[in-house]
Design a protein around this ligand. Structure first.
Ligand code: NI
Length: 170
């Protein structure tokens, strides 16, 4: 297992739609394991393959950040097939470090996808888990959580990130 480099906002792959996984081979299984390791090390509660420079539809989610193995979800080609309710809470992203903003998401989602054995699974998730799935599946569409904020807020954040990145590089 390896800890992978997480791409940051501004990288073009984060703005691109990821392609479906057609064959769950050893490469995909290894990538998923590395993503879990990377997510735990960050630490974070979710990761999508494009964040580690792989433009494919694969996500990992674990609200317990490795404390409880029953809370780990690895999903291939996930999609939200049902959603209901609305809930606003603070959200962040490993690709947008240091930025946390309140964002409205569905209170409940049903996510369908495949596990690493190719079995179809459906998960009903609420509140924070629903938020995590919605956030990671957004990544597969090339969308960051800041893209869901108002244009004004988004441009303020982009300026702030730009200044931070300049500070780091000088
Ligand atoms: Ni994210």
């Amino acid at each position: 297992m390896a800890v992978l480099k997480i791409l940051k906002v501004g990288h073009p792959l984060l703005g691109q739609k990821a392609r479906p996984v057609e064959n769950i081979n050893q490469e995909i299984v290894d990538l998923a394991r590395d993503m879990v390791e990377t997510m735990y090390r960050a630490p974070g509660v979710g990761l999508a393959a494009p964040q580690v420079n792989q433009g494919i539809r694969l996500i990992t989610v674990d609200l317990s950040v490795g404390e409880n193995k029953d809370e780990l979800f690895i999903l291939v080609n996930p999609e939200i097939v049902e959603e209901s309710g609305k809930i606003t809470a603070e959200e962040g992203c490993l690709s947008v470090p240091g930025i946390y903003e309140k964002l409205e998401r569905p209170e409940r989602v049903v996510v369908k996808g495949y596990d690493l054995n190719g079995r179809e699974i459906a998960i009903e998730a609420r509140d924070l888990l629903a938020r995590a799935f919605a956030h990671e599946i957004d990544h597969l569409e090339g969308k960051l959580f800041i893209d869901r904020l108002s244009p004004l807020k988004k441009s303020l954040i982009k300026n702030r990130i730009k200044k931070e990145q300049e500070k780091v590089s000088t």
